[in-house]
Design a protein around this ligand. Structure first.
Ligand SMILES: [Zn+2]
Length: 214
């Protein structure tokens, strides 16, 4: 069945996009003004599955491809996903997907490791505020090549702590450095070159003890 996309005006979405793009241009230090991310509101689960060409999990409510940002219609959010709708969470969700589009430019399309890509999107969209603070990092480094619902619990806080301890510039350097990375070993070497430490749970838990997450 062909997918029918209707065009419509949506001031709420337009406002979120504008605010997000302004904020993300500052964070990523790029000046993206042409061919800006285009929001595409997807009506229901069936349409998500059609667009993604697979049966998706109920937590999948948004994704980005190039400058296209797909998001589940907020009117069907409660019925077509396992998330609760609120204007605030919808705002940060859309900003999360737009952030991926910025990240993709900086990293030259190398979105791995997944924990870093998701962590930066969570951190920059303000979604850490909606999450239960991590008590002990023990999972996020498993998400190198593949994603999964588990990547969202810890990675945003891991990125927050990296920025807290070392500043934003090093994070941007790390993302830009991904362009030439082809393996986990090379990523670890890049990480060590930039931060002087290995990305281990032990190190991140050290930062966790040093800084408050709230
Ligand atoms: Zn994401």
């Amino acid at each position: 069945m062909p997918l029918k996309i209707e065009s419509f005006e949506d001031e709420f979405i337009d406002k979120i996009c504008k605010e997000s793009i302004d904020g993300l241009n500052i964070f990523y230090e790029i000046n993206w003004v042409h061919h800006l991310p285009v929001p595409i509101v997807v009506k229901d689960r069936k349409s998500i599955d059609l667009l993604k060409r697979e049966k998706t999990e109920p937590w999948v409510v948004g994704w980005s491809e190039g400058n296209k940002v797909f998001i589940l219609d907020r009117n069907n959010f409660g019925s077509e996903s396992n998330h609760k709708y609120s204007p605030e969470t919808y705002h940060s969700l859309l900003k999360h997907e737009i952030s991926h589009a910025f990240y993709r430019i900086l990293c030259g399309g190398n979105m791995k490791p997944i924990w870093l890509c998701e962590g930066v999107a969570i951190f920059t969209s303000g979604q850490n505020r909606e999450k239960r603070p991590v008590e002990c990092f023990k999972e996020f480094l498993n998400f190198q090549e593949d994603g999964g619902s588990g990547v969202y619990a810890e990675s945003g806080f891991a990125v927050y702590l990296l920025v807290k301890e070392f500043g934003k510039q090093k994070l941007l350097d790390l993302i830009k450095g991904l362009k030439s990375i082809t393996s986990q070993k090379e990523f670890t070497e890049l990480f060590i070159k930039i931060y002087g430490i290995e990305p281990t749970y032990e190190k991140f838990n050290e930062f966790l003890r040093k800084y408050s997450l709230k």
